[in-house]
Design a protein around this ligand. Structure first.
Ligand code: ATP
Ligand code: MG
Length: 562
């Protein structure tokens, strides 16, 4: 986002703005801007859809126009009300309100009338060829297709058969309706495409009213026309469907929207395909469509991604005509930036190592007022207990530290966040040689984190008071796939073999007591560890947190360099 003279944030402009500006100047649509987001309700929305939603709703907002939500529900066997509901929920969550709500199925009667008109104009015919024959006769990119044996069926006969198809006289697959365009057309989509097929299947909205269903290509452009869409925005793979959509509309002399194609969003280490995501859900590989590892909107919501962060991400990546691969870190950065502003800070230890302060009075507890969010003073303070037994992060101690390691080590002093300076006197080991406890001393003069003699420590670490800590299940997430570009997986390999077995790691963490009773959805930073949110699986007995995103890991960067 950039900022205008009045201080409002405005989205970055892209090539579609130029097209709309041109139309507004020429008066092509009378200055109207009407877009739509047109999902097929055959799965949950993913991050790629978020890009399309931000684009369509964003343009309408920018130009003071309107944006509809339209379900392209032409495939009754793959669609479900559950998907419709989740899609509406996700669009609202992203912060958008649709103007019109439509379903392609609302237009089934009108589409049927259009199909009859095409037959009457001798621009469509009923074909009895089996699908395999139709496929074989389509030709290739270098060879023209063949005319179907039924291509010259008399208009009256096609019309009669089409009506009888609708009346339910024939079984699935017996006939199809095809457009009569050009079997030698260089664009394969123009080679007499299928318009209607027989499907004795119950539709999630029209029930058993229909047993013939229009195909997506036939439906999509007509619905845009019927909704008076001005700018029909879709992804690049529909570029060579545009001549067909134009043909459908022009042969019937209907209102003509302008289709504009843009590049889909692809992200590293994940997939943007409802079909593949459905496979993961059905195989039980994931907790469901909303598993925090899933690139679905439901998944990222559960993971703790924010709507503001998602919109900022979509604005950052822009809209172009070139297919590419966006680095997952760009998305994570957008989320991190947003959470940095809003998330209160707490302390939690993911991999606890006990610390006993040998010179701290036994049984004593002190409370400190810790600042909840240095970025936002209005979030106030909370009481943080300190006592002689603490947990620190196991990674924050090394018995034989390398040069760049400044945290705790034998004889070394560090600062405890909001607490005192402590010095490690001894690492206690079990029989197997594992470190089980550190015995440390604290300096009572360093309360609050500064020494009166101004001596410096190189590192500040987080901790929790052992007696007050709350044990919680913390789910740590990593990349869903081990391969950067899932599209690179060869066809003879199973893409599921490239799922990252470490995409989820569950640990029992020790958290400061204030985190013990937070409701599902609560978001915060665990200092030095990342942003976390309470999962819907949480209970008062066992809180459950998801790690939304890590903080920038300076230590990992250092290690990489050395
Ligand atoms: P999938 O391939 O995942 O099944 P789809 O394109 O079939 O996706 P639709 O429900 O038809 O899913 O998509 C609704 C809208 O979202 C379409 O306009 C489509 O172009 C757009 N869209 C889908 N995937 C992406 C993506 N990765 N990036 C941007 N827009 C997308
Ligand atoms: Mg689609």
């Amino acid at each position: 986002m950039s900022t205008d003279d009045a201080g409002n944030s405005v989205p970055h402009k892209h090539f579609i703005h130029e097209i709309v500006d041109e139309h507004n100047q020429s008066g092509r649509f009378g200055g109207r801007v009407q877009t739509r987001f047109p999902p097929e309700p055959n799965g949950y929305l993913h991050i790629g859809h978020a890009k399309s939603i931000c684009l369509n709703f964003g343009l309408a907002k920018f130009y003071g126009g309107k944006c509809n939500l339209r379900f392209d529900d032409t495939n009754p066997t793959k669609e479900d009300q559950e998907y419709v509901d989740s899609i509406m929920d996700d669009v609202r969550w992203l912060g958008f309100t649709w103007d019109g709500l439509y379903y392609a199925s609302d237009f089934f009667e009108q589409l049927y009338q259009y199909a009859e008109q095409l037959i009457q104009k001798d621009l469509a015919y009923i074909d009895s060829s089996p699908v395999e024959t139709i496929r074989a006769e389509r030709g290739t990119l270098t060879e023209p297709g063949k005319h179907s044996a039924d291509r010259n069926r008399p208009t009256a006969e096609s019309l009669d058969l089409f009506r009888r198809m609708k009346a339910g006289e024939f079984p699935d697959g017996k006939y199809v309706l095809r457009a009569k365009i050009d079997m030698a057309h260089p664009n394969m989509n123009m080679r007499d495409p299928l318009l209607y097929r027989i499907r004795h299947a119950e539709h999630h909205r029209t029930g058993n009213t229909w047993c013939i269903y229009p195909l997506y290509d036939f439906t999509h452009g007509y619905c845009d026309s019927l909704e008076q869409i001005t700018h029909s925005i879709c992804t690049l793979e529909f570029e060579n469907h545009r001549p067909l959509y134009d043909w459908f509309i022009d042969v019937l002399g209907l209102y003509h929207p302008q289709q504009i194609e843009f590049a889909r969003l692809n992200l590293t280490y994940t997939v943007m395909s409802k079909r593949k995501l459905l496979e993961l859900v059905e195989a039980g590989t994931m907790r469901g469509w909303d598993d925090p590892r899933m690139p679905t909107i439901a998944g990222i919501r559960r993971r703790g991604y924010t709507a503001d962060g998602m919109r900022a991400f979509c604005d950052t990546i822009g809209v172009t005509k070139f297919n590419g691969l966006t680095d997952l870190s760009v998305l994570e950065n957008a989320i991190r930036n947003d959470l940095n502003k809003r998330a209160p800070r707490y302390m939690g230890v993911l991999n606890p190592l006990k610390v006993v302060l040998t010179n701290y009075p036994e049984g004593q507890v002190e409370y400190t007022d810790a600042v909840n969010n240095p970025e936002d003073p209005s979030q106030g303070t909370r009481q943080l207990p300190f006592s002689p037994e603490l947990y620190i992060e196991r990674d924050d101690f090394m018995e034989n530290p390398p040069k760049q390691f400044f945290r705790l080590a034998p004889g070394r002093e560090v600062r405890l966040r909001w607490g005192y300076f402590i010095t490690c006197q001894e690492a206690v080991k079990d029989a197997a040689g594992n470190i089980v406890e550190l015995r440390c001393t604290y300096d009572p003069a360093t309360k609050g984190g500064n020494a009166p003699d101004n001596r410096k420590v190189k590192s500040t670490i987080h901790w929790v008071s052992a007696a007050h800590a709350v044990a919680a299940e913390v789910r740590l997430y990593d990349k869903l796939f081990t391969i950067e570009n899932v599209a690179d997986i060869p066809d003879d390999k199973d893409w599921k073999d490239f799922l990252n077995p470490a995409s989820e790691t569950i640990v029992t963490a020790q958290l400061e007591p204030a985190l013990g009773d937070k409701p599902a959805g609560f978001q915060c930073q665990f200092e030095r560890l990342g942003y976390f949110c309470v999962d819907k699986d949480t209970t008062t007995d066992r809180p459950v947190f998801n790690r939304t995103v890590t903080l920038k890991d300076e230590w990992a960067k250092l290690q990489k360099k050395s």
